[in-house]
Each structure stands twice: as structure tokens, then as C-alpha cells.
Design a protein around this ligand. Structure first.
Ligand code: GLN
Length: 313
């Protein structure tokens, strides 16, 4: 990996974005959450932020989108802060599944019936149940506050239309949560846990917000712009390891080979990634490939990694 200089890439970024944007017509915007199908298929944007607060962006970086599975990285961190490693990994495992992100197959096949990792839906739902608070409202408020502090943006909010749309159509997640309850994984009321999960998946961000959150991970838990530690180093290490092994669903191995950076994608087409010690990066491209990752976003990151020699490996 070589150090990248912002001025050197600022000129090339729009060209790489326009080139990658072309493949968005081969992808499809997620529609299983009906509200997500309204996203612009051809959109592609990126924002990079360095430790001194300098940034570069290109394309549709003003687009707002919901975090979806990207939020799972940060609820994991919050659950670790509030409960410690032992309690968290009593409820979820540490291994990739090889199954789809919404699969419940192994919850019945493998004993004990705990989710394989915190980034698949079953694992993230289990993590939602570990967030502190007396009820769903308090847990959601705490989560939103944590996300706001990481993004350095007090105006982050949940997109109520997306949250409602997911909640009304979440038959699969709902069945998974009830199975988890039966397996003894979920504490408390299942619908309350699901409400916390849908809320954090529906927190609305831009690429700049993702870049700022990623920057904190890139600097091992310290916000380099404010000079403030927001996350213990050990928990950032755990989060970045999961991002590397499971962050891009069933394409995590290929992404590690082609891009070589810790990353997490969401079904709304967002990707949060980082260059350790250097940059936080936020990408959005709502059209998804067959594995559920932003088709143009992945292409853009592959190009950047190759051209700038960004791989950690
Ligand atoms: N909220 C979405 C779901 O539970 C998150 C999935 C994703 O981004 N892959 O289905």
C-alpha cells in the first residue's frame, strides 16, 4: 500500500466515476423493501476524507440514502462498548457463512443456534437486542446519538418512509428473529428488537457522513479532526476484521482480492471503506450486482485500488 495524495487523485476521480457509472445499467436497485426501489439506478458518488479534514468528492455525492447493513458495523461497536467482548460473542459467532445475508439456514442446522457473525441479518438482529435502553425508543435514540457523534453530524435522522416500508414487508427478518428467540439468543420482546434493527438500518446519510464514520475506523477509533477518542482500539480492530471477512456478503473474498480494504456495503447501494491511517471513504451507487453490492461502487473501488495501489495485502 502506498500513501495517496489527495491532490493527485482529485483530478482523476470524476473520470473514474463516469467510467464506472456505465456498468450501473447491468445492476438492479433493491425492491424487496419497496421504498428502496425509488432510488436512481444510474447514480454513483464518492467522498474521501483525510485526517486533516481535507476531502475530495465526485459524482452524485449529495445523494441521501439509508445505511442499511452498513449500520451493523456501528451497532456491533456500540454493543461491544456496552457489553464487552465476552457477552457479545456469547450471542454471535465470528465466522463467514457462505450463505446469503438474510439466510436462516444455519440457525437450525448448526448448534448452538447463534448467528455465525454480527454482519448477517440474524447476527445484527441479535446485536440490536444488546443495545442498552429500557425500550425500543431509548435504544434507537442511543444508537442514533452514537452514529451522530461518529459522523460529526447532529442532524442525522432515521428515514421514516424506509423504516415503515421495511417493517411492513420484513417477513423473513421477522421469522428469523422469532427463531432466534426460540434458540435463546434474543432477550426481551421480539418486536421491540426488530424495531431497533429497522430504525438503525434506516438512518439516512450521504457519502460525506460515511467517509467521516470510516475515518474514525481508519484512525483506530480516534476522530483525527477533533482529536477525540470515540471507540476503544480493540473494538475497531474487531469491526475492521469482520468488514474484511464478511463485510461484502458472499463477495467478501473477491473484494479482498480485488480491492483489499475493510468495507461494508448496504442494500441501498452504499459502501463504507477506509485506507488505514489515511482516508475514510463513502460511496453510493444504488444499482446492485448479483451478490447484493453496488455494481458501479465496487467497480470504482477496484479501479482506485489498482491505480493507487491501495490493497492492504
Ligand atoms: N435492512 C436490510 C435487511 O434487513 C439490510 C440488509 C442489507 O443491507 N443487506 O434486509
Amino acid at each position: 500500500m502506498t500513501a495517496i495524495i489527495l491532490d493527485q487523485i482529485a483530478g482523476k476521480l470524476p473520470l473514474w466515476v463516469e467510467d464506472s457509472r456505465k456498468c450501473s445499467s447491468e445492476g438492479r436497485v433493491a425492491s424487496y423493501i419497496p421504498e428502496l426501489s425509488k432510488a436512481p439506478t444510474e447514480a454513483l458518488g464518492i467522498h474521501l476524507l483525510d485526517g486533516s479534514g481535507r476531502s475530495a468528492s465526485a459524482g452524485d455525492c449529495g445523494l441521501s440514502f439509508t445505511m442499511q447493513s452498513i449500520s451493523k458495523v456501528f451497532t456491533l461497536i456500540l454493543a461491544l462498548i456496552e457489553n464487552g467482548e465476552e457477552a457479545v460473542f456469547h450471542k454471535v459467532g465470528m465466522e463467514p457463512t457462505g450463505d446469503n445475508f438474510n439466510s436462516m439456514l444455519k440457525l437450525e442446522l448448526v448448534r448452538p443456534g447463534i448467528p455465525f457473525n454480527p454482519l448477517i441479518n440474524a447476527g445484527a438482529i441479535a446485536i440490536s437486542s444488546l443495545i442498552g435502553g429500557r425500550n425500543a425508543e431509548e435504544k434507537s435514540a442511543r444508537t442514533l446519538q452514537f452514529f451522530r457523534s461518529l459522523a460529526g453530524n447532529d442532524s442525522l435522522e432515521c428515514d421514516e418512509d424506509v423504516r415503515r416500508s421495511e417493517s411492513e414487508t420484513a417477513n423473513l427478518n421477522r421469522s428469523m428473529a422469532y427463531l432466534l428467540k426460540d434458540n435463546g439468543v434474543l432477550e426481551g420482546d421480539v418486536e421491540e428488537v426488530l424495531a431497533v434493527y429497522f430504525h438503525h438500518c434506516s438512518i439516512s446519510v450521504t457519502c460525506a457522513d460515511l467517509a467521516r464514520m470510516a475515518l474514525v475506523l481508519a484512525f483506530d477509533g480516534v476522530d483525527p479532526i477533533k482529536g477525540e477518542r470515540l471507540i476503544p482500539r480493540r473494538y475497531v480492530q474487531i469491526a475492521k476484521t469482520f468488514m474484511t471477512t464478511c463485510g461484502m456478503y458472499n463477495a467478501s473474498g473477491e473484494f479482498a482480492i480485488q480491492v483489499g480494504l475493510p468495507a461494508k456495503s448496504g442494500v441501498s447501494g452504499g459502501i463504507l471503506t477506509l485506507v488505514p491511517g489515511q482516508y475514510g471513504i463513502g460511496v453510493v451507487g444504488p444499482a446492485l450486482n448479483a451478490k447484493g453490492n453496488s455494481i458501479a461502487g465496487v467497480q470504482l473501488l477496484e479501479t482506485m485500488s489498482r491505480e493507487l495501489d491501495l490493497s492492504m495485502f
